[in-house]
Write a protein that binds this ligand. Sequence first.
Ligand code: CMC
Length: 397
Amino acid sequence: MVAKDQKTNHHLDPTEIGLRPGLEGVPVTQSAICDIDGVKGELRYRGYPIAELASHSSFLETTYLLIWGDLPSPQQLRDFEREVQMHRRVSFRVRDMMKCFPASGHPMDALQSSAASLGLFYSRRAIDDPQYVYDAVVRLIAKIPTMVAAFQLIRKGQDPIQPRDDLAYSANFLYMLTEREPDPLSARIFDKCLILHAEHSLNASTFSARVTASTLTDPYAVIASAVGTLAGPLHGGANEDVIKMLEDIGDPEQANSYLEKAIAKKQKIMGFGHREYKVKDPRASILQGLAEELFARFGKDEMYDVARTLEKQSERSLGKKGIYPNVDFYSGLVYRKLGIPRDLFTPVFAISRVAGWLAHWREQLGANRIFRPSQIYTGEKSRKWKQADDRLSPTSI
Ligand code: CMC
């Protein structure tokens, strides 16, 4: 496949363009949603600094901002909140389907399947119809938390509990998950976590969402493909692995020897490093502050000292390579204090990131061209067909 230079209309040979593993530094789209300065450690959604949004906004207001480009008026926000609240329930058919999932399955797999199933219930209309777009946004933002909480109860052998209309978005999710109304501090901190994870430019899952969107498929397929991509341990799945790693280290005294051994074996330290940031991820600093707020009220998580020591010790070795804590490093400690089980950390990330994925879905549709990159072929050029008896048996598969 030979690409075309958009300016000259000349065909370009992929070998001349050169291979960029992981597409590092290759712009593949224009976007007005999120801006990262990885040297200064700055992150803005639609021009607003992340720290300001985390201090003053709510997750639903931030979602509105990301998807429609501007902060809503008070009336627009009330309408959006009300619509989301009205669509929180999921069909009994989706719940019954989830009851057939193996209880031992990972909740991210359950979420990917149930998100994709929504496409069966809401028939595809013209995807450029603003009402269809609005309805799909509302449904996905409203139902994803309900599905995450439902699977948690279903796998424990219980029936899911219905959303409570008197509770705001984050409080309602924690209620459906833990079966008790959260205290206001926990609900507020959880809402801030959702704001912090809502969007982060062209990361792997958002790219996946845009690639899927570029085929003009339905938004439920877009979100399901993004959920599958987020699940990997190099992406959203890292928050789960961070807690495993901290527990393996077990004691701040052991942090340095763990670090040295891991570096010697060229193992990645989970929750460290980022393609975009060469300094500490600004979200990690805010999450660390939120963890401290929770610890001050509800008691410290002993793994926090391990985490802090690991961060400090890593400066000498990893810091000089520009590798610092990313968003996943402290988020697990916050979620754990909120009573969220470890294998739900990544689904919780997905609840939030669906806002960014939907913003990119809309943006992609606004100036769409199907993604179809090229490759540099390295296989055999031409081979002659052999009858089965003439083939050598492989020594290994
Ligand atoms: N621990 C130790 N060394 C690291 C780490 C780490 N966490 N991250 C990068 N490096 C080293 C890596 O070994 C390589 O060194 P060298 O040049 O000597 O071979 C160099 O830094 C570049 O690493 P890379 O893997 O080529 O960098 P990348 O931009 O392709 O990967 C990353 C970025 C986030 C996948 C990677 O840093 C990583 O695997 N981190 C651990 C997993 C993690 O925390 N993921 C969450 C990412 S942030 C949230 C999200 O996206 O969901």
